[in-house]
Ligand binder design. Structure first.
Ligand code: C2E
Ligand code: CA
Ligand code: CA
Length: 381
C-alpha cells in the first residue's frame, strides 16, 4: 500500500524481497523510500494472539552505477543488505564498490582456510609460564599458527575470526586440544618437571555439544592426567550466557580439567558469577601488564586483579611480560605466574624442547632465561 504504481515488490527467496523503483530521481529519494519501507515493515503484526515484530534491513543498489546487469544489481543490493544487517537491524545501506572487494577477500580467505584445514596447515607454538616465586616452569600456553603456503607462518590475528565465521573453529579447536595434550605428554616423558598445558577455547566452542567429549577423548588418547590441562576462556564468552556457561564449567571441572579466565579485565564480569564459577586462575591481559610501570592505569588494574584472585583463592597469571621492571612490579604485588617475551616467545616444540632442558632448575635470582633464537618467525607478516 505504500509503494507507487510501477514499484513492484517481489519475493526473492526465504525472507528476502526485491523492490524496484523507477525514475525515482536522485539517491535521496531512494533513501527516503527505504526509510518509509523500514517504518511500515517494523510495525507490529498480530498473529493469533501474539504480537510479532519484524526487523527489516534494506540494501540499495542503483542502476547502472552499482551494476548494469540485473543479476549484478541484485547481488550488489544483497551485499549492501548484509552490511545494513551487520551494522544493526532496521537500517538501509547503499551499495559501495568496497563491499564487492571485501566479499571477494572473504571468499578467498574462506577457501584458503578450508584448504588449510584439509591439508593440516595448522601448527601450535608454545610459550612457557614461569612461577614468580620459585622460577619453576609451571606450564606452557599453546598458541595457534597457520602455515600459509604462500604467506608463511601467520598468527591468529589473520585467521581466528575467519575460522569462527566459516564454522571451522570447532574442528580446528578440537585438533588444538588434542595436539596440545599430546605435546605436553611428550614433555612429561622427558626428564622435566611435569608442566601444565594452557589451551585457548573460543566462545563458539563453548556451544559445541561435543566439547566435553573432545576434551575427554584428548585426555584418554594421550594418557594425560586432567589436572595438567588448563582451558583459557575469555570473560566475554562466559558472560554472554553466564547460567549456561556455569553449567558447562562445572562439567569441565568434573572431568578434572583446570579453568582460567583469559584477558581478565577487558570485558565485563559479574562478580557474583565469578564467585560461583569453578575457576582456577585469572590471566591479566598484556595491555595492563605493559603499562604497570609507567604509573598508568595498568598498575592499579593489575593490583586489583591480583588482589581479587588471591581473595577468591585463584592463581593469577600475567601475560605479555616484556621487561624486568614489569616482572618485579608483578612479583611485588604477589602475582604467581608470568609469561611473556621477557622469558621466551611462543616457539615450535623443536625450539622449545632444548630451551626447557636448559632452564629446568632456575633459582629465584636467576629467572632470566636465554632469549629465543628464532625471534622473527612469529610476526606473521
Ligand atoms: P591470548 O590468549 O591473549 O594470547 C596471548 C598473546 O600475546 C599471544 O598472541 C602471544 O603470542 C602474545 N604474547 C605473549 N607474550 C607477549 C609479549 O611479551 N609481548 C607481546 N607483545 N605479545 C606477547 P598470539 O599468539 O598472536 O594469539 C593471539 C590470540 O589468538 C590469543 O590471545 C588468543 O585469544 C587467540 N588464540 C591463540 N591460539 C588460539 C587457539 O588455539 N584457539 C583459539 N580459539 N584462540 C586462540
Ligand atoms: Ca590465552
Ligand atoms: Ca590477552
Amino acid at each position: 500500500k505504500n509503494l507507487r504504481i510501477g514499484d513492484f515488490p517481489g519475493r526473492w527467496g526465504g525472507d528476502e524481497f526485491v523492490v524496484c523503483l523507477e525514475d525515482f530521481g536522485d539517491a535521496g529519494n531512494a533513501a527516503a523510500a527505504a526509510q518509509k519501507l523500514l517504518l511500515v515493515l517494523s510495525e507490529k503484526y498480530e498473529i493469533g494472539n501474539s504480537e510479532v515484530y519484524a526487523t527489516p534491513s534494506i540494501g540499495i543498489a542503483i542502476y547502472p552505477d552499482s551494476g548494469a546487469a540485473a543479476d549484478r544489481l541484485i547481488k550488489a543490493a544483497d551485499l549492501a543488505m548484509y552490511q545494513a544487517k551487520a551494522s544493526g537491524r532496521g537500517r538501509y545501506q547503499f551499495f559501495a564498490d568496497a563491499m564487492q572487494e571485501e566479499a571477494q577477500t572473504r571468499h578467498a580467505l574462506e577457501w584458503a582456510l578450508r584448504r588449510g584445514v584439509e591439508r593440516g596447515e595448522f601448527r601450535l607454538a608454545y610459550q612457557p609460564q614461569i612461577c614468580l616465586r620459585t622460577g619453576v616452569i609451571l606450564g606452557v600456553e599453546a598458541l595457534l599458527r597457520w602455515e600459509h603456503p604462500a604467506r608463511g607462518l601467520l598468527t591468529p590475528h589473520y585467521f581466528i575470526q575467519g575460522l569462527e565465521e566459516f564454522g571451522l573453529i570447532n574442528e580446528v579447536g578440537g585438533w588444538v586440544i588434542h595436539t596440545a595434550c599430546e605435546q605436553v605428554r611428550r614433555w612429561h616423558e622427558m626428564d622435566f618437571e611435569p608442566m601444565r598445558i594452557g589451551v585457548n577455547v573460543s566462545a563458539q566452542q563453548l556451544e559445541d555439544p561435543m566439547l566435553i567429549d573432545k576434551i575427554r577423548s584428548a585426555l584418554t588418547d594421550t594418557n594425560l592426567s586432567p589436572e595438567f590441562l588448563e582451558l583459557e576462556l575469555t570473560e566475554s564468552s562466559l558472560m554472554a550466557d553466564p547460567a549456561q556457561a556455569g553449567a558447562l564449567l562445572r562439567e569441565i571441572r568434573d572431568v578434572g580439567v583446570r579453568i582460567a579466565i583469559d584477558d581478565f579485565g577487558t570485558g565485563y564480569s559479574s562478580l557474583t558469577y565469578l564467585h560461583d564459577f569453578p575457576l582456577n586462575a585469572l590471566k591479566i591481559d598484556r595491555n595492563f601488564v605493559q603499562s604497570v610501570e609507567a604509573n598508568e592505569r595498568g598498575g592499579p588494574i593489575a593490583n586489583m586483579i591480583v588482589g581479587l584472585g588471591k581473595n577468591l583463592g585463584l592463581d593469577v597469571i600475567a601475560e605479555g611480560v616484556e621487561t624486568q621492571g614489569q616482572l618485579e612490579y608483578l612479583r611485588h604485588q604477589g602475582c604467581d605466574v608470568a609469561q611473556g617475551y621477557y622469558y621466551a616467545r611462543p616457539e615450535s616444540p623443536e625450539n622449545l624442547t632444548p630451551w626447557l632442558a636448559s632452564n629446568q632448575r632456575v633459582s629465584e635470582t636467576n629467572v632470566r632465561f636465554i632469549p629465543s633464537a628464532s625471534r622473527d618467525d612469529e610476526t606473521g607478516t
